[in-house]
Design a protein around this ligand. Sequence first.
Ligand SMILES: NC(=O)c1ccc[n+]([C@@H]2O[C@H](COP(=O)([O-])OP(=O)(O)OC[C@H]3O[C@@H](n4cnc5c(N)ncnc54)[C@H](O)[C@@H]3O)[C@@H](O)[C@H]2O)c1
Length: 399
Amino acid sequence: MNPQKTVMIGLGYIGLPTAAVIASNDIQVTGVDVSEKVVETINQGKIHIVEPSLDELVHKVVQDGYLKATSKPVAADVFLIAVPTPFKGEYIPDLSYVESAIKSLIPFLEKGNLVIIESTSPVGTTKKMQHIINQERPDLEGEFYMAYCPERVLPGNVIYELEHNDRAIGGINETSTKKAQAFYSLFVKGELHATNAQTAEMTKLVENASRDVQIAFANELSMIADKADINVWELINLANKHPRVNILQPGTGVGGHCIAVDPWFIVSEFPKEARIIRTAREINNYKTEWVIEKIKNAALKFELENNKKPKIACMGLAFKPNIDDLRESPALYVTQSLINQGYKVLPVEPNIETHEHLSIYSIDEIIKQADIIVYLVAHKEFGLTVDNSNINVLNFVGL
Ligand SMILES: NC(=O)c1ccc[n+]([C@@H]2O[C@H](COP(=O)([O-])OP(=O)(O)OC[C@H]3O[C@@H](n4cnc5c(N)ncnc54)[C@H](O)[C@@H]3O)[C@@H](O)[C@H]2O)c1
């Protein structure tokens, strides 16, 4: 396959790095985003998210003329979709963004084009979207190719993983799978595993549900160990000395756009069967409430002993270490709940400069001011922050 004109719809944490990596292989990429600010920023060769080495790459491909951002799709050979797929109401997948991305490309679709969905999606989404295209463009029925290819990159290491991770690629038919494999082979060095669309869709959901269940086990242990007056970090470390045991680390809960969301896509479709998956979600959500209760108890103890309300430093707002992504973040949830309940809170997040609702404090400021320090995220900046035995420390992340 020769380099193809490509359109990437959705220029966020997944779409922008993917568009930039494709463009860096001398493929003409038009990035499409509904946010004018995103479009403007990228066309200036700048980025609106934090991701190591992405800024240089975007700067280069924009300057070289291989990546251009717009607010509407254009004609192309390949259309990729990386728009959000959140849930709505009682954990029902919200496909409205994918549907609107599909509808936006339909007027530009031509015979022989390839449409690839990368957004994490419930099983059956690719076929549903194919049906929408067929309904609006009966002239193209059977004349275009379509595939699902989930993304499994690690924020913070996206550029490397985009190029080196294996991919599962599932077409609506075999030709679509082969066309999509040929396209990814232009910029992916990892293996490209062929399957069908519904298996590829389920693969992504299962990967994240598996992580969620394993984290739930660690979080459940942390609450049991606390009650039994056992240090959970030591406990897990010792148990992991067994050659076939590998328990993960507990934390404040589970957040982000993937692990905290995707398992619900399985539960909502298979409510009777997905019992461990549902329980794991509930345990991980409960862990966050448990953390809040622990902090409130420590605050009450401080108030009784000192006759004043403590200033509580909440260390970290992101959903995991060393990133700026606050989506579905349990640390942010803890911080906001404490504020809403009237506690004096000093939020610290070294990966962001400002927040629309919260005043962000520096590490130096909180060491001078805080009465209680609560570690909610294991950011690298937090190692050995506190060297003051007068400050009460609650460490939920094993720093
Ligand atoms: N962030 C991750 O680490 C990660 C990893 C694997 C998979 N995913 C999946 O990838 C998908 C995208 O996630 P993300 O983190 O990049 O989201 P994001 O919110 O960072 O970016 C999505 C972008 O799409 C734009 N957008 C929304 N609707 C649009 C439309 N109709 N047309 C054009 N642009 C539109 C938004 O303005 C935004 O800039 C989701 O399904 C997510 O579950 C994310």
